[in-house]
Structures are given as C-alpha cells and as structure tokens.
Design a protein around this ligand. Structure first.
Ligand SMILES: Cc1cc2nc3c(=O)[nH]c(=O)nc-3n(C[C@H](O)[C@H](O)[C@H](O)COP(=O)(O)O)c2cc1C
Length: 223
C-alpha cells in the first residue's frame, strides 16, 4: 500500500509519533512517504492560546452535556494558520493518508488549514493521529480532537477509518502537573504510561496500523 503521513508538530512530540507509525507500516512492507507541515510564522504559545481562549468556557459546558457538545462542535470557530508549501499538495496517488498534529483544544490551526487546502482526498481512507498533554480522557481529549478532525476530513472528501491519540506528558502552557494528577485520579496510572514509549502506546500504534491494513483488505476484496 502507498501511504502518506502528513504531520504538523510544534514541539516535536507528534513528529515522533508520526515516525513510529511510519516505522511500523514500513516494517509491514508498505511504501510510506512523509509530508511534514510547517507554519509560515511560528507564534508564541500564548498567542495561540489567546486566539481561542474566549471559547474555553464552552468547552466546560460540552463536558457536562453531550447534546450541547454535538451542537457546539458544529459551530465553534476553528482558527487556522498559514502553512508553508509542502511536498504532497495533491494526495490522489496514495492508497491511504494519515494526518496528525497536536491537540490545541480542538484541531491544531496548521492542520485545520492543511485539511482545507489538500487536494485529492475525495473518497480516500484517512487516519488521524494526535498527541496531547493529558491522559486519554474519553471526552476532553479524544472526542475533542477527533470529532472536529473527522468533520474536517469529511469536508475534504475523505473517510476516517482509524484514530490514535497518545499523551506527550508535556504542555507548553505549564499545565502538565494538573494533567499528571488527573491521570492518577481517573486512571490510577501515571501520565507516562500513556506515552508512545509505554506498553499502552506501543499497543495503540499496532492497533492503529492494523485498522489501516484492515480497511485496505476490505476495500481490495470489495466487501
Ligand atoms: C495552544 C495550545 C493548546 C493546547 N491544548 C491542549 C489541550 O486541550 N489538551 C491537552 O492535553 N494538551 C493541550 N496542549 C498541549 C499539546 O497538545 C501537547 O503538548 C502536544 O503533545 C504537543 O505536540 P507537538 O510537540 O507535536 O507540538 C496545548 C498546547 C498549546 C500550545
């Protein structure tokens, strides 16, 4: 299978995850190409935060009510950021596209722009991956990153077949101690045990690649 892995990473964690996915898929005999996404102007993390901080109180409401969340995720304002020209602006020559970036409350701004600009995604199987500071909380982390990404992928014509979210155990905005505490309280496990080097991380990477292969198998058999 010819697979493209497009990834934006501001502090290097999602890039490492992209490399692990590439290694796993290559070891399974696939032809993997990387497409690193970069921004035109790198802004401070505070600038990124202030661009959507006014929406944060509504994140709290979404945690309480799934009805509200389902409405909110359709109408929230997704910030975007200018990206540099990259290697594969047209992905029609690939069998599968993996897209990944950090979680910035929702989709990271460069990935939102990438998904808006990308050509050739129509009817293509797409897998999404992300890293975030916290543990893999079902709603606050996983749902808040993959529901918007799924919507943006669908808008570009693609079909989401798998997602993978791992903790980086890092937060530029100095919230990591809170996330470490949350991890112990909710999961009774350290935050480190949800990173890409953990057993959990290695297993999740394998399962993610299994799903990519399974989708291709189903497609090739016309099932
Ligand atoms: C503006 C901004 C918003 C963020 N929002 C979240 C968040 O909602 N949840 C979370 O766990 N981490 C959040 N983070 C932390 C990053 O998602 C995390 O550090 C990620 O692993 C960084 O990936 P990278 O090294 O590929 O850039 C945020 C970071 C920034 C700069």
């Amino acid at each position: 299978m010819k697979i493209l892995i497009a990834c934006y990473s501001r502090t290097g964690f999602t890039e490492k995850l992209a490399e692990r996915i590439a290694k796993e898929l290559t070891s399974r005999g696939h032809d993997v190409k990387m497409d690193p996404i970069d921004v035109v102007n790198k802004k401070s993390c505070w600038n990124l935060l202030f661009r959507q901080i006014y929406q944060y109180p509504l994140v709290g409401l979404s945690l309480i009510s799934s009805f509200f969340y389902n409405w909110w995720v359709k109408i929230y304002h997704q910030p975007e950021e200018d990206i540099r020209p990259h290697v594969y602006p047209d992905v029609s020559g690939f069998d599968h596209v993996c897209v990944g970036g950090p979680k910035w409350a929702y989709t990271s701004y460069p990935i939102a722009r990438y998904l808006k600009q990308i050509k050739g995604l129509a009817h293509k199987p797409v897998s999404a991956f992300a890293t975030f500071g916290g543990p893999p909380l079902k709603i606050f982390e996983l749902k808040f990153i993959f529901t918007p990404m799924n919507r943006q992928i669908q808008k570009a014509g693609g079909k989401l077949v798998a997602n993978l979210g791992l903790s980086s155990n890092f937060h530029e905005l100095h919230l990591i101690r809170i996330f470490r505490l949350v991890s112990w309280i909710i999961f009774r496990r350290s935050l480190k045990s949800f990173t890409l080097d953990s057993d959990y991380g290695k297993q999740r990477i394998k399962t993610f690649c299994d799903k990519i292969e399974m989708e291709n198998y189903i497609k090739s058999k016309g099932l």
